[in-house]
Write a protein that binds this ligand. Structure first.
Ligand SMILES: Cc1ncc(COP(=O)(O)O)c(C=O)c1O
Length: 460
């Protein structure tokens, strides 16, 4: 039976409860595939652990050996509507049958303009009137924003933040400052980039006291590029007042504020855009990842007057805003606005309540629990322990991903149900208890195994 036939017969989640681990992990076929992969693919791909996915449905992922996992990684916070959401699949299929590609750089694609309109309508851009440029990925729209900011202001310098991740092409990797390995061997990077401390209101003094006082005049700075919630850097939520302070500082000096919402946007934090939590309106807002449920699409929504400074040919892309990716984006935005953003808020609050007690339960191991909506981070005492928890979760059938120096992130699809969240929290707590070991026994794990405690209660 082919995989397609198997799928037609038995929907994944109805087949077995999830997770369901039926082989050792990695299983025999996964091990063989990893060996094949290592012969042919670029060793630069970091690979978190040996998962070999072949099929997904909702939060369920089946691997090559037939194991079923609960997906709290979502393709690095991308599968916002879960795997193979029927409305997204239908939109992709219909669009693929109509028109797979036509370059919007050269011709007028209706669906491209519609995505631009929908994004410009939802994004809280300073001054109100916005237009949109579409690319294929996060890093592409970061590049576009650097070009636009320099072009529109005529200023050379750009400020990003320590801990930031903005991508891996030359401009964006020059803004990235989460780990030195992203720069190692690639210098010199884009000139004219400075990195500020992130997150505390007090950190904003760095601009006046260091940058403008000692390094460059404020009126030569084109843009401040900021993640409203740092992603790869460790799921760090800034202090209330930090983003608003940046907005004021930008206004004072005519600097453009660029919100990189590539990870924090598309509803993940429980608002369509994370900046909405603090009432901040950037001049440019960047989206990608979850906005098209996994189809490659990036969007740069900008103040119309900024984009209108560009003339024909200033920027473009062969594939950017490809019709199939656009169809997925429209279906995704409908689903987000139709309830998934609210679900992210509710499930995120449920998760934080359940995760926070891990700090007192394993005080040596668990150093912090933080997050907003479904951007949830648990910080451990060492990078090794974070990795061990990630592995222990994998062994239990729960997919999570490390971030920052020593944190693990939980970033499930926004479709996550109460039951799925409860199961994931229980498995995550058990993974933590295993790594904490006998020195910090989770006395409740045994009770849970005996059936005395279940679900969120077990995690909390
Ligand atoms: C905040 C942020 N910006 C930019 C990027 C780069 O996006 P992409 O991998 O699509 O190029 C990422 C990817 O993780 C990200 O999290």
């Amino acid at each position: 039976m082919t995989q397609a036939q198997a799928k037609a017969q038995v929907p994944l989640r109805e087949a077995r409860s999830v997770p369901s681990i039926v082989t050792e992990l990695p299983g025999p076929r996964a091990r063989a595939h990893v060996e094949f992969d290592h012969a042919w693919t670029s060793p630069s791909l970091p690979r978190a652990y040996p998962l070999v996915p072949v099929r997904g449905e909702g939060l369920t992922v089946e691997d090559i050996d037939g194991n079923l996992f609960l997906d709290f990684a979502a393709g690095i916070a991308v599968n916002s509507t879960g795997h193979a959401h029927p409305a997204v699949v239908r939109a992709i299929e219909e669009q693929a049958g109509e028109l797979i590609h036509f370059s919007a750089s050269d011709f007028y694609l209706p669906i491209y303009a519609e995505v631009c309109r929908r994004l410009a309508r939802t994004a809280p851009i300073a001054g109100g009137r916005a237009r949109t440029y579409l690319g294929n990925s996060g890093t592409e729209v970061v590049e576009a924003s650097i070009k636009l900011a320099r072009f529109a202001t005529g200023r050379p310098y750009v400020v990003a933040f320590l801990g930031a991740f903005h991508g891996r092409t030359y401009g964006s990797v020059s803004l990235t400052a989460s780990k030195a390995k992203y720069h190692a061997g690639f210098g010199p990077l884009l000139p004219g980039v400075f990195h500020a401390p992130y997150g505390r209101v007090d950190d904003l003094r760095w601009f006046d006291e260091v940058l403008f006082e000692r390094l460059v005049p404020a009126d030569e700075v084109a843009a401040i590029v900021v993640e409203p919630v740092q992603g790869e850097g460790g799921y760090i939520v800034p202090e209330a007042g930090f983003l608003r302070g940046l907005r004021q500082l930008s206004d004072r000096h005519g600097i453009l504020l660029v919100a990189d919402e590539i990870q924090s946007g598309a509803g993940r934090t429980g608002r369509m855009w994370a900046v909405e939590h603090w009432g901040v309106e950037p001049d440019i807002l960047l989206t990608a990842k979850g906005i098209a449920s996994g189809m490659p699409l990036g969007g740069m929504v900008a103040r119309a007057d900024l984009l209108e400074s560009w003339t024909a040919g200033a920027h473009g892309s062969t594939y950017g805003g490809n019709p199939v990716a656009c169809a997925a984006a429209l279906a995704t935005i409908d689903l987000l606005e139709g309830g998934l953003v609210e679900n992210a808020r509710v499930r995120g609050a449920q998760a934080l309540d359940a995760l926070r007690p891990l700090i007192s339960r394993h005080p040596r191991l668990v150093r912090d629990v933080r997050g907003i909506g479904l951007m949830l981070g648990v910080e451990f005492d060492t990078p090794e322990h974070a990795e061990e928890v990630q592995w222990a979760a994998f062994q239990r059938g729960l997919l999570v991903l490390e971030c920052g120096k020593r944190a693990v992130r939980l970033s499930p699809p926004l479709t996550v149900s109460d039951d799925e969240m409860t199961t994931a929290l229980r498995l995550f707590a058990a993974a933590g208890a295993e790594v904490a070991g006998p020195a910090e026994p989770d006395v409740r794990e045994e009770a849970e195994a005996a059936g005395a405690i279940t679900g969120v209660e077990a995690a909390g």
